[in-house]
Design a binder for this molecule. Structure first.
Ligand code: PNW
Length: 489
């Protein structure tokens, strides 16, 4: 029956690995001169995390880094995405504040260890843990002029200290979350919102748009610096990574087709259109009017083209309906329930996530067509419903997560080989179960189970599955039909 067998492998040099972020795994918040970050205090306020826990211990990766690198190596990774804690490098955060050599030494040693195991470091500079003192001094991301200077100096210190060995930089992780969840909904640090039950101060109608604007500008300044002062000798890539889920019209009515595009404009276009195309989405201006800040011509020149690649974090697909009143979603209603009453996919532990791999492939195609740059998938993952309440032996048989990654890796290969999308990396979120922000430790995204009592790590079925995908993906042509599937038995 099988007429031909063609290996459908990942492209040569494809960066295959896992992702984490400093605050979610490190713990040791006072070690070696680290200063406080906005998440330190926020997580401890009553009601801010579901289990009332913060980052004090997390997965203790600040101490267990050797063991973690061993585990990563056993997973066959070619790369590892992690973030640097600004508060470890410059404890007070600011451009005139002292640098902490112990913080630099820790990451330096960690990077050396990765490289000695043949693992390429993929480094995020800012994954939400702003030094607290910058929040206190001038309101953090609300103060564009101050934060741009402080962030650029922090980036410079990192390029200087690690750029001889780090060739893949992400300036920022998911600015949408920084702005909307931190300053709109108020569910992430610094927790500002118009909702006075949540926050004593804040204005959700203006602050998120100001914050997003500052993040874009700070990113652009760091990239300019890298390109001018470091790239000529260090020869690395620098870009930003954006969250964004595929938006599918609820049905084929014209207003719902428009709604899906409006959802993409607010979730992705807000950042991607300025950075890759040089303008804000017109629909955002239409909705927000004078509340949407603008850049000067000099700033636009800096912003446009300020990312070497498209950094993509994605988890799900939303069915979009016109007529919503949630401005953070572009006044579009999201649902997972189709018109016929069925669900889009398997429900995850968090309300915002269902498994829909076709959406992953559609999003890759949309982004490649619109922004025309190589795509680095820097996050993609699933939290199994109820996993935290299962005995360990049961939790590590994470069938829903295996199904999820079966779908997304098949979609990934389809996008690369059949659609011609230039994808250069795939980093499932996450290497380990870890501190899942407002969910505390109750929601688990890891391919490795962490027992928070003992800090022992247990590889889940999904880790073993992904190892096999990385190693070999066969493709058969049977009677003229191409059949491909990741081999994981
Ligand atoms: C991302 N949402 O956050 C982050 O980059 C990670 O730090 C995080 O652990 C991971 O995804 C899983 O949540 C998101 O509400 C947080 O749509 C919330 C949303 C999306 C992404």
């Amino acid at each position: 029956m099988a007429v031909a067998t063609i290996d459908k492998k990942l492209p040569k040099d494809f960066l295959w690995g896992f992702a984490t972020a400093a605050f979610q795994i490190e713990g040791s918040m006072a070690a070696d001169g680290r200063g406080p970050s906005i998440w330190d205090g926020f997580a401890k306020l009553p009601g801010k995390t579901q289990d009332g826990k913060g980052g004090e211990v997390a997965t203790d990766s600040y101490n267990r880094w050797r063991e973690d690198v061993d585990l990563l190596a056993s997973y066959g990774v070619k790369s590892y995405r992690f973030s640097i804690s600004w508060s470890r490098i410059i404890p007070l955060g600011g451009r005139d504040d002292p640098i902490n050599p112990a913080g630099i030494a820790w990451y330096s040693r960690f990077i050396d260890e990765l490289l000695s195991r043949g693992i390429t470091p993929f480094v995020t500079l800012y994954h939400w843990d702003l030094p607290q003192s910058l929040q206190d001094r001038y309101g953090g991301w609300l103060n564009k002029d101050e934060i741009v200077q402080d962030y650029t100096r922090y980036a410079k210190v990192c390029f200087e200290a690690f750029g001889d060995r780090v060739k893949h930089w992400l300036t920022m992780n998911e600015p949408w979350c920084v702005a909307i969840l931190g300053y709109g909904r108020g569910v992430f640090a610094p927790g500002r919102s118009s909702d006075r039950e949540r926050s004593p101060e804040g204005d959700s109608s203006t602050e998120p748009w100001i914050v997003g604007h500052s993040v874009i500008l700070a990113h652009a300044h760091a990239v300019k610096l890298y390109r001018e002062e470091f790239k000529p000798t260090q020869k690395g890539l620098v870009g930003i990574t954006l969250n964004g889920d595929w938006a599918m019209p609820y049905d084929d009515s014209p207003e719902n087709m428009d709604a899906a595009q409006h959802a993409l404009d607010f979730a992705i276009g807000w950042y991607a259109d300025p950075i890759y195309l040089g303008h804000y989405p017109p629909y955002m201006r239409e909705v927000l009017g004078a509340r949407m800040p603008d850049f000067t011509p000099e700033e636009w020149a800096l912003v446009k083209g300020s990312s070497d690649f498209y950094g993509m974090n994605t988890y799900t697909t939303n069915l979009c309906r016109a007529g919503g009143d949630d401005e953070f979603q572009g006044n579009v209603d999201y649902t997972f329930t189709r018109p016929d009453g069925t669900q889009l996919g398997t429900q995850a532990h968090c309300a915002w996530l269902q498994d829909y791999p076709d959406g992953f492939r559609s999003l890759l195609n949309y982004l490649y067509k619109r922004y025309k740059l190589p795509i680095y998938v820097t996050e993609n993952g699933f939290a199994v419903k109820g996993e935290n309440d299962m005995p360990i032996e049961q939790a590590i048989i994470d069938t829903d997560r295996v199904n999820y990654f079966t779908g997304t890796t098949t979609a990934l290969l389809g996008a690369i080989h059949e659609d011609g999308v230039d994808v250069r990396s795939y980093f499932p979120w996450s290497f380990l179960d870890n501190f899942e922000w407002a969910d505390g430790y109750l929601t688990r995204f890891g391919v490795t189970y962490v027992d928070y009592e003992t800090q022992k790590r247990y590889p889940k079925a999904s880790a073993k599955f992904l190892l096999k995908v990385r190693v070999f993906v066969p493709n058969f042509t049977i009677l003229g039909f191409s059949v491909s599937f990741p081999l994981y038995m």
